[in-house]
Design a protein around this ligand. Structure first.
Ligand code: SF4
Length: 119
């Protein structure tokens, strides 16, 4: 992942980004989120980070200051055809957006999905 070398969190404590609780509504997760928000807020690769976390289904940690619950909501919205303004700057193929985010003409299948449906 070449974008990682430009990450603002490169020299930060990794434990900040992995709260010791899976309850995203807990105070401890909120505290960690408050701590990482300024770092992610000035990160030049936040979009790439969020896309990667979504596309690889990261179920733990704060990626681009999003919790797993936030990312599940974005993934559900993607499934419903609602693009995320940060992660989905480019139109995504509705056929494979969750697994293989391939650019496509908005609302149309990418070349790979088109080929699959033709067979
Ligand atoms: S957005 Fe946040 S978690 Fe992602 S690479 Fe940048 S600083 Fe790290």
């Amino acid at each position: 992942m070449s974008w990682q070398r430009d990450a603002a969190c490169r020299d930060a404590d990794p434990e900040l980004f992995f709260p010791p609780s899976e309850d995203d509504t807990s105070t401890v997760v909120a505290r960690h989120r408050i701590a990482v928000a300024p770092i992610c807020g000035r990160c030049p690769v936040a979009t790439e980070c969020l896309r990667w976390a979504l596309d690889t289904g990261q179920d733990y940690g704060l990626w681009a200051a999003t919790t797993p619950t936030d990312r599940r909501a974005i993934r559900r919205a993607r499934l419903a055809g609602i693009p995320d303004p940060v992660a989905d700057a480019e139109p995504m193929c509705p056929g494979c957006a969750l697994l293989f985010p391939m650019p496509a003409v908005d609302g149309q299948l990418c070349a790979a999905c088109t080929e699959r449906t033709i067979r």
